[in-house]
Design a protein around this ligand. Structure first.
Ligand code: PLP
Length: 391
């Protein structure tokens, strides 16, 4: 089923990865079991040794988790996916498996706050060098390469400023310098963007966001060619931050509506971005689907939609931003994104609040910035809600 390459994403989202058992269940079964019984001592030896496929222990893998991995791999057009307990543990697994002391990560300056903290506070502790390049300027990536650069890491569109990086151009620079390119595809999901087809080697997911889509569970994944994913799998099965079967089952249900939801998120977000752009209290809107976005043409080439996240700067700075966050009655004041419910955050004091002021300034996170992850409520109700606090 997952081997078929002629199927559309809408079909893969509901069909790929389904492994029916002898009972013929139509929906995906949930295997809540920590270990699996073997037939004989020899069977155990072969399964533990990896000489024959089969399940032994759910830290290694579990059938429900495999179904999630296979469905995500099919949607990304990848050979293999390995599931993790969260998006951050996907990034942890990637780095532990592919880097060693003395290596260098060249990362985008526009990354999720915890990713920057993980690189700066922990990878450096183990002798891995980290430096940052401008996501929108491939020349800055060329200039940032060191003889020991092993990994390029970027998000596109970036969080929260929606900078769009040219994946094909940056992949070429990485490969010319013997480095791997990993792309965090959380904002787009495979429905809007397939980084592997653009030249990336590895895709990272926080499944917590659009793959679940309803704000219920945490999860993550590392996706790509088997040769790049296998070392990550070996690290995870040894160290433990693997995905639980229950969360995998919830994610399988979520992914069935992923194509539908992504199109609806994009429609709503484009309407909201256009409405904000015309509002006198708003200084600037960041949304790749708007013609005014600096990388609009690139975004429309490598994505099939603008995505669900809209950020904007208010003329009134932090006071105006906090006033807006406090005034909304419908939108949820929470930092999560990718939910059917619209969420509103003030990045400078939440998701990026633990960065030093210098690091925050370098990431372009100003005090008047608001990020909205546009959900599936009616657009008129969303604009009315914002009008309360922009007045
Ligand atoms: C949320 C997020 C992460 C981290 O994912 P968790 O599931 O919260 O660990 C990584 N990258 C991006 C872009 C995110 O939005």
């Amino acid at each position: 089923m997952t081997d078929r390459t002629d199927l559309h994403p809408d079909t893969l989202a509901v069909r790929a990865g389904t492994h029916r058992t002898e009972f013929g269940e139509h929906s995906d079964a949930l295997f809540l079991t920590s270990s699996f019984v073997v037939d004989s001592a020899e069977d155990a030896a072969l399964k533990f040794g990896g000489q024959i496929p089969g399940y032994t222990y759910s830290r290694f893998t579990n059938p429900t988790v495999t179904a999630f991995e296979d469905r995500l791999a099919a949607l990304e057009g990848a050979e293999r996916a390995v599931a993790t307990a969260s998006g951050m543990s996907a990034i942890l697994g990637l780095c532990m498996a592919h880097l060693k002391a003395g290596d260098h990560i060249l990362a985008s300056a526009g990354l999720f706050g915890s990713t920057i903290q993980f690189f700066n506070n922990y990878m450096t502790k183990f002798g891995v060098e980290v430096s940052y390049a401008k996501p929108t300027d491939p020349a800055d990536w060329s200039a940032g390469v060191r003889p020991n650069t092993r990994l390029f890491f970027l998000e596109t569109p970036s969080n929260p400023l929606t900078d769009v990086a040219d994946v094909a151009a940056i992949a070429e620079i990485a490969h010319a310098n013997g480095a791997l390119l990993a792309v965090d595809n959380c904002f787009c999901s495979p429905i809007l963007q397939q980084p592997l087809a653009l030249g990336a080697d590895i895709v990272i997911h926080s499944a917590t966001k659009y793959l679940d889509g309803q704000g219920r569970v945490l999860g993550g994944a590392v996706v790509g060619k088997s040769e790049f994913v296998e070392p990550v799998y070996l690290f995870l099965r040894t160290s433990g931050p693997t995905l639980s079967a229950f969360n995998a089952w919830v994610l399988l249900k979520g992914m069935e509506t992923l194509p539908l939801r992504m199109r609806a998120h994009c429609d709503n977000a484009l309407k909201l971005a256009a409405w904000l752009e015309a509002h006198p209290a708003v200084e600037r809107v960041y949304y790749p689907g708007l013609a005014s976005h600096p990388q609009h043409a690139l975004a429309m080439r490598q994505q099939t939609g603008g995505g669900g996240v809209v950020s904007f700067e208010l003329k009134g700075g932090k006071d105006a931003a906090w006033r807006l966050v406090d005034a909304v009655q419908l939108m949820s004041r929470t930092a999560n994104l990718g939910d059917v419910r619209t969420t509103i955050t003030h990045p400078a004091s939440t998701t990026h609040g633990r960065l030093t002021p210098e690091a925050r300034a370098a990431a372009g996170i100003r005090d008047g910035l608001i990020r909205i992850a546009v959900g599936l409520e009616h657009i008129d109700d969303l604009t009315a809600d914002l009008a309360l606090g922009l007045g």
